[in-house]
Design a binder for this molecule. Structure first.
Ligand code: SF4
Ligand code: SF4
Length: 190
């Protein structure tokens, strides 16, 4: 008896295409809902929050002097030993002290982006920035030097982040370059 009732119900469902209509409703719902897909990197790029830990940055004070005093605390705190600091005496005013870094390198292949080095830095010279496009074809480019890290990153610390900005993709002989327009952004929760 119940078996017969079930079959009848199934037949009605088939005749009325209820499963097809149900599926179509889901598809149509997604068609009219707001897209969450990001057109990265051709047109859009995610700017992380300040708490993000990306590529290291070495900073200067307001007079342009290097904040790094080559104390080596960052390299001592690093659990993977990927920071190398070689100090030198220099009283030319290059740094905030007479001791500056002759060599300051970080090996990104070994870096965990844990932030211990940043926490250990007494002068706030070292910060982990918001640069995350770190892929490269050549192994040598994974060793970042002091000169490279002293160049200000495209996303300054003053920008809170947590949104998507317009970006432009350029193919250069050195590889792909993504430039961002930080003035035009839209909020998006990720
Ligand atoms: S983020 Fe962590 S692993 Fe990377 S250099 Fe700093 S301390 Fe070392
Ligand atoms: S970055 Fe900071 S912790 Fe590392 S050597 Fe320079 S001053 Fe010291």
């Amino acid at each position: 008896m119940s078996r017969k009732g079930f079959d009848l119900f199934d037949l009605i469902k088939k005749v009325l295409f209820t499963d097809f209509v149900k599926g179509l409703t889901v598809t149509l719902g997604y068609n009219i809902s707001k897209s969450i897909t990001m057109r990265y990197p051709d047109e859009e790029k995610w700017i992380p929050y300040r708490r993000f830990r990306g590529l290291h940055t070495l900073n200067r004070d307001e007079n342009g002097r290097e904040l790094c005093v080559a104390c080596e605390l960052c390299s001592k705190a690093c659990p993977t030993g990927c920071i190398t600091v070689i100090p030198e005496e220099n009283d030319s005013g290059r740094g905030i002290a007479d001791r500056v870094a002759k060599v300051w390198t970080v090996n990104l292949v070994r870096c965990l982006f844990c932030g211990y080095c940043e926490d250990a830095c007494p002068t706030r010279a070292l910060r982990l920035g918001r640069e995350y496009e770190l892929a490269c074809a050549d192994y040598s480019c994974t060793l970042m030097s002091r000169d490279q890290l002293l160049v200000p990153q495209p996303v300054p610390e003053s920008i809170p982040g947590g949104y998507v900005v317009k970006s432009k993709l350029e193919r250069t002989p050195q590889g792909i370059k993504v430039t961002v327009d930080l003035s035009k952004f839209k909020k998006r929760s990720i």
